[in-house]
Design a protein around this ligand. Structure first.
Ligand SMILES: Nc1nc2c(ncn2[C@@H]2O[C@H](COP(=O)(O)OP(=O)(O)O)[C@@H](O)[C@H]2O)c(=O)[nH]1
Ligand SMILES: [Mg+2]
Length: 296
């Protein structure tokens, strides 16, 4: 008897900050999607490939579901809607550490009105006592009319094997979409830009994280040495934001560079010289040409 190979696309859905990107990285075992405690960290669709025994899951980490406010959030929400209708399954993440709100109800309703099967997970249970986790699980079950809600922690890995098992059982018989060992379809330049943005997000507050975009301008191996030269621009929206990213005497930018370089060297398997500049691009989030250029 020949073994059946199962495969499918799985959209990660949930309001911002529920841990979708953390969960994608945990299942893949590599950082393919950047994480921060700021909402709107994930801006495009990140593919995360999970290989298992007899199956392959292609996770699509998409921006969090929210009401469109401007050009960039409108584009992000169109992406969310179109993704849900294309996939084989949806993984719906709910926060373990917060009560469910309008955002969660809004998503639950959107999911109920469509045919794609849904696996619901209450994430961040590491922050909860067992009784509180069970209560949250019950509330989640009510929200979706689903009595098989799973508890998990993307941070500690608790419950993730069961999440993966459920998804693997749900996807249809199908081909291996990505070669074994491929973890994402994002080009290296995009990952490099994202790793830099992750570091900027970690050290900035309030409106600044939203105002940041990163573009890799040059990525070239140096012939004389075992070194890759990377030049990248960190864009901000206003003149006043530039010194915030630079920090006093350029200290903050230096820290951003050190943190990002570590991740980039790991990704590229080479030493890296990272050359960062901070540029002002007024209203880039409302500029379709700039969004196209940034792949957003
Ligand atoms: N304690 C805890 N924190 C988590 C867990 N999963 C994610 N986080 C944190 O929640 C924040 C948002 O995570 P992220 O993956 O970017 O959420 P996303 O917006 O849904 O993609 C980050 O600070 C993560 O470190 C978890 O299982 N437990
Ligand atoms: Mg995310």
């Amino acid at each position: 008897m020949t073994e059946v190979f199962r495969s499918g696309f799985v959209a990660l859905v949930g309001r911002p900050n529920t841990g979708k990107s953390t969960l994608a990285n945990a299942l893949v075992g590599r950082k393919v999607s950047i994480v921060s405690d700021k909402p709107q960290t994930t801006r495009h669709r990140v593919t995360a490939v999970v290989d298992g025994d007899g199956y392959q899951l292609v996770l699509l980490d998409i921006p969090g579901f929210q009401k469109p406010r401007d050009t960039i959030t409108r584009r992000m929400q169109e992406l969310v809607r179109s993704t849900i209708t294309e996939v084989d399954a949806v993984l719906f993440l709910l926060p373990g550490d917060q009560s469910f709100g309008r955002g969660d109800t809004f998503i639950a309703e959107a999911l109920r009105g469509q045919p794609t099967p849904v696996v619901t997970v209450v994430n961040k249970v590491d922050l909860l006592a067992p009784e509180a986790a069970a209560r949250q699980q019950e509330k989640a079950a009510t929200l979706l009319g689903d009595d098989q809600v799973l508890l998990a922690s993307a941070l500690t890995g608790e419950g993730l094997a069961e999440v993966e098992r459920r998804l693997a059982a749900l996807v249809p018989e199908g081909p291996r979409y990505f070669p074994e060992g491929a973890v994402t379809d994002q080009p290296e330049e995009v990952l490099v830009a994202e790793f830099i943005r992750e570091q900027v997000l970690a050290v900035t507050e309030e409106e600044v994280p939203h105002a940041i975009a990163v573009e890799v301008l040059e990525m070239e191996p140096r012939e004389d040495r075992d070194l890759i030269y990377v030049r990248a621009a960190i864009y901000v929206e206003r003149d006043s934001q530039r010194p915030i990213v630079l920090g006093p005497g350029g200290e903050r930018l230096k820290h951003i560079g050190i943190g990002a370089r570590r991740e980039i060297e790991w990704l590229l398997g080479s030493q890296v010289f990272l050359d960062l500049v901070v540029k002002v691009r007024k209203h880039w989030r409302a500029d379709p040409r700039m969004l196209d250029r940034l792949g957003l």
